[in-house]
Design a protein around this ligand. Structure first.
Ligand code: NDP
Length: 254
């Protein structure tokens, strides 16, 4: 397939692990075809280590790291404002990936703190980062927002009420944004993965690795790279093509 990622600035949230980290690696393969890759997350040490590794592997690549907690609008605005204008004003691909699930518990056991953390990260965070970057995309007449939703945004499952609610919100926001950007060249896409084996897998069971591994018993889950390859594929379609929504499962997941 013809690749059309030349001269793009790519901004990735949640690039310190899992799908976001794999996405950074996948975009980095484009090397100097890309102008800048902006890696963001709260764990700056991980981003800096990833940056060093990628710069060693792919020469002439321009990678920025940015400590970014997506949950507070002011943090998001200030962090993005701190980037050089050549970087922040020319973002052509935004991957809204930062997200988490805290606990896989019945609704009766979900705490207010867990609710707030999931909603603030998965929904508000996506909104704040989009609000900071979309106007610049509209101004430069180019942009592609790729939201990482989930199968949990398409259906609900037992013990996943609030996470499912947060990902249904991502689904709703993606659809609304699609209309809101219709008169602009900006594209909006969503990828909805099934089971992907990342740190997320243990976080959701409060760090219980045994319980986390038992979910994948007898099946081969997806890995971050499977989603990352899809992200770069979607981002590299010609400007008149928008892959709006994609559901990706491990073959053994029903
Ligand atoms: P990981 O736990 O490996 O990665 C989550 C990323 O989100 C980390 O880089 C983390 O960085 C970042 N993050 C979490 N909270 C914040 C915050 N407040 N501000 C900024 N960044 C934050 O999980 P995945 O890679 O699996 O998850 C990525 C996305 O994929 C999520 O949106 C998740 O809901 C979605 N998804 C995952 C599936 C799976 O089975 N794994 C299935 C379907 C969807 P840091 O802690 O450094 O801030």
């Amino acid at each position: 397939a013809q690749r059309r990622l030349e001269k793009k600035n790519v901004f990735i949230t949640g690039a310190s692990s899992g799908i976001g980290e794999s996405t950074a690696r996948e975009f980095a393969k484009e090397g100097s075809n890309l102008v800048h890759i902006i890696l963001t997350a709260r764990r700056l040490d991980r981003l800096d280590a990833l940056k060093e590794e990628l710069k060693q592997t792919y020469k002439n690549i321009d990678i920025h790291t940015l400590k970014l907690d997506v949950r507070k609008k002011k943090n998001v605005d200030d962090a993005i404002a701190s980037l050089p204008s050549s970087v922040k004003d020319n973002i052509s691909v935004l991957v809204n990936n930062a997200g988490l699930v805290l606990g896989m518990d019945p609704l009766l056991d979900v705490t207010e703190e867990e609710y707030d953390t999931m909603m603030d990260t998965n929904v508000k965070g996506l909104m704040f980062v989009t609000q900071a970057i979309l106007p610049r995309m509209i101004e430069q007449n180019e942009g592609h927002i790729i939201n990482i939703g989930s199968v949990a945004g398409k259906q609900s499952y037992q013990n996943g009420s609030i996470y499912c609610a947060s990902k249904h919100a991502v689904d709703a926001i993606t659809r609304a944004l699609l209309y809101e950007t219709m008169s602009t060249p900006v594209r909006v896409s969503q990828i909805c993965p099934g089971m992907v084996n990342t740190e997320f897998s243990t976080v959701r069971f409060h760090g219980d690795k045994e319980k986390a591994d038992s979910v994948y018993a007898g099946m081969e889950p997806l890995v971050g790279q499977d989603i990352a390859e899809l992200i770069t594929f979607i981002a590299s379609r010609p400007p008149h093509v928008n892959i709006v929504d994609t559901l990706v499962f491990p073959t053994a997941q029903a």
